[in-house]
Design a protein around this ligand. Structure first.
Ligand code: TYD
Length: 205
């Protein structure tokens, strides 16, 4: 099992606030003139766009095929010869991703066999840091509702409760060298932001 150094992954339920926190951390790195790269999964590359179509029900497929698409998008995200993030970390930039394979373990395992999901994601390197923005399901539902727009497949309370349980189970057994911070996402944005900064700076990041 390999670890991708300087790779920070943000995880959480839909509406948890990962996108806001990642942007704020990027602003902090900007201020400190630390080279960084911000990214997300599903990506905006061709496979990621196909995933968005499935989530918006423009394309219908099976849960297993969707799980494979996420894994395929992830492989491309890591290793694509022109935009792969593995190379970007090697160039000395801090790479921050809004979601990574923990999202697959948490979300796809609700509808697919968890062993299948684990197997198709087993070859990916672990990140050096996981920031889990743990926002209560009720609060996430409120935020999703306020946001409006097309309701994606997973925006449902029972679903999110199972997803959260899957995340927590996965985080109980992380390999050595993978550092996890769980922050309470119901706290004010800047409190969460400060906790994340404090945690990462204790590792000189
Ligand atoms: P995301 O882009 O984070 O949500 P939003 O468009 O609201 O900002 O992710 C889209 C959905 O994809 C989200 O419900 C989580 C889900 N997802 C998985 O089910 N498995 C995965 O591996 C990933 C990366 C995302």
């Amino acid at each position: 099992m390999s670890i991708l150094r300087s790779f920070i992954v943000f995880e959480g339920l839909d509406g948890a606030g990962t996108t806001t926190q990642i942007k704020n951390l990027a602003r902090y790195y900007e201020f400190n003139r630390r080279p960084y790269y911000i990214t997300n999964e599903p990506t905006s590359n061709p496979i990621g766009l196909l995933i968005r179509d499935v989530l918006q029900k423009k394309v219908v497929t099976t849960p297993e095929a969707l799980a494979l698409l996420y894994a395929s998008d992830r492989h491309d995200h890591l290793y694509n010869p022109s935009y792969g993030i593995e190379r970007i970390t090697e160039e000395g930039r801090v790479v921050m991703s809004d979601r990574y394979f923990y999202s697959s373990i948490a979300y796809q395992s609700v509808q697919c066999n968890p062993d299948f999901v684990r197997t198709i994601n087993s070859a990916f390197p672990s990140p050096e840091f996981i920031i889990f923005v743990d926002t209560p399901v009720e609060e996430c539902m409120n935020r999703i509702e306020k946001r409006g727009g097309v309701k994606e497949l997973f925006d449902r309370a029972e679903y999110l409760t199972s997803v959260r349980n899957n995340y927590l189970r996965e985080f109980e057994n992380l390999p050595e060298g993978v550092n996890l911070l769980v922050v309470d996402g119901s706290k004010p944005i800047d409190t969460v932001e400060m906790e994340i900064r404090k945690y990462l700076s204790s590792f000189s990041l």
